[in-house]
Design a protein around this ligand. Structure first.
Ligand code: NAP
Ligand code: F7E
Length: 352
């Protein structure tokens, strides 16, 4: 039975990865942060299962800014695999808290790697680093591959750039089995509600149920390569099963604008939109009712934007047979269905 340690276990990816590892028979340890409100919603279904809780699933308080708990956890758990998914992961927020983002996303990765070295676990413990397509930023090549030069465009991306290279350095300097997954955007009904896809499907479901009037967005011209999160957490596991550590792109090799995502979401809910005007004056009008359902607010613009991402996953396919299955339209359907259901439940609750 293998033992895994996951940072960011309470996040979107952490929750899917935990399910998948438990399914494979792993013992899973997760780091959670102390919070004044509940932050375990995505893993409660696992944690509340008596067959798992403190049997095969263990949670520990900790923080990537605190070396002492990382050392303690490593000593106690001596994991076969570490998945470092913990991060201040919001690009726009990273412009507001740049120093903290660097502490967690860059230094947090170093703290962990160094703790592995110091604990004498370098020949036992394999390390997965949650690297990101944000590293490509102002893209130097289309599509982006493992060989495309990086050009980060946010404090988040610059912090992750450090994370990427410190992985490579500890691999080369100390022989640690440490790998980067350069994962393009991946989404699901568990996606945080302030990321663009979930913000859209959540608002559209509520508008459909009359609980909200209008969706307010930032730059809807940017293009992203969106995949389905559980398929990407499966890739993380596959990356750590390789004999030799390396860096891999996971993506769909398809790109769509935020506007297309909005358009399809509203269509899915039988509320077709007509886009009128340009720039900050652009609006989306519901064809059937003439109501304005979309507005632009520069408050959501970023000081520097990543305009276009599209990834080439050929190396992942060749090395460990990974391919995305869920494509754009299906992803929009999955998320829209889930959030419409949620909105109907909210409406019912509000009526009682
Ligand atoms: P997420 O939903 O935002 O989850 C982030 C996790 O990190 C949460 O569990 C959060 O805890 C934890 N965390 C935040 N600050 C921490 C700290 N100081 N110490 C310890 N844990 C901390 O992110 P995700 O979408 O699952 O992404 C997982 C990882 O992949 C992140 O590193 C992200 O940057 C990276 N990534 C994501 C994508 C994507 O499209 N989703 C693509 C490429 C890379 P709380 O629950 O307490 O906030
Ligand atoms: O933005 C535009 C925004 O916040 C996508 C993180 O998981 O993926 C994520 O980073 C695009 C950007 O994701 C709004 O300007 C317009 O162009 O959903 P997002 P992200 O910045 O791509 C990468 C791979 C990660 O690694 C990150 O951790 O959508 N956009 N209007 C908006 N974005 C948001 N959030 N909110 C808006 O209102």
């Amino acid at each position: 039975m293998k033992t895994a340690l996951i940072t960011g276990i309470t996040g979107q990816d952490g929750s899917y990865l935990t399910e998948q590892l438990l399914e494979k028979g792993y013992i899973v340890h997760g780091m959670i942060r102390r919070s004044s409100s509940f932050n375990t919603g995505r893993i409660d279904h696992l944690f509340k299962d008596p067959a798992l809780h403190d049997e095969r699933l263990f949670l520990h308080y900790g923080d990537l800014t605190d070396s002492s708990n990382l050392n303690r956890m490593l000593e106690r758990v001596a994991p076969d695999e570490i998945y470092n998914l913990g991060a201040q992961s919001h690009v726009k927020v990273s412009f507001d808290v740049p120093e903290y983002t660097g502490e967690v996303d860059a230094m947090g990765t170093l703290r962990f790697l160094d703790a592995i070295k110091e604990a004498g676990l370098k020949d036992k413990t394999r390390f997965y680093q949650a690297s990101t397509s944000e590293l490509y930023g102002k893209v130097q090549e289309i599509p982006q591959t493992e060989k495309t030069p990086f050009y980060p465009r946010s404090p988040y991306a610059v912090a992750k750039l450090y994370g990427f290279w410190i992985i490579v350095n500890y691999r080369e300097a100390y022989g640690i089995h440490a790998s980067n997954g350069i994962l393009f955007n991946h989404e699901s009904p568990r996606r945080g509600e302030t990321f663009v896809t979930r913000k859209i499907t959540r608002a559209a479901g509520r508008i459909r149920e009359g609980l909200e009037e209008v969706l307010v967005m930032g730059n809807i011209d940017s293009k992203r390569d969106w995949g389905y999160a559980p398929e990407y957490t499966d890739a993380m596991w596959r990356i750590l099963q390789q004999d030799t550590p390396d860096d891999y792109v996971c993506a769909t090799n398809e790109t769509h604008t935020v506007r297309e995502f909005i358009d399809l979401t509203f269509k899915q809910l039988d509320m077709e939109l007509e886009f009128q005007g340009e720039g900050v004056d652009e609006i989306g009008v519901e064809k059937a009712t003439g109501k304005v359902r979309l507005r632009i607010d520069p408050r959501y613009f970023r000081p520097t934007e990543v305009e276009l991402l599209i990834g080439d996953y050929a190396k992942s396919k060749e090395k460990f047979g990974w391919e995305p299955k869920t494509r754009f339209a299906e992803l929009v359907r999955i998320m829209t269905d889930a959030d419409w259901k949620l909105a109907r439940q909210e409406k019912l609750l509000s009526q009682h």
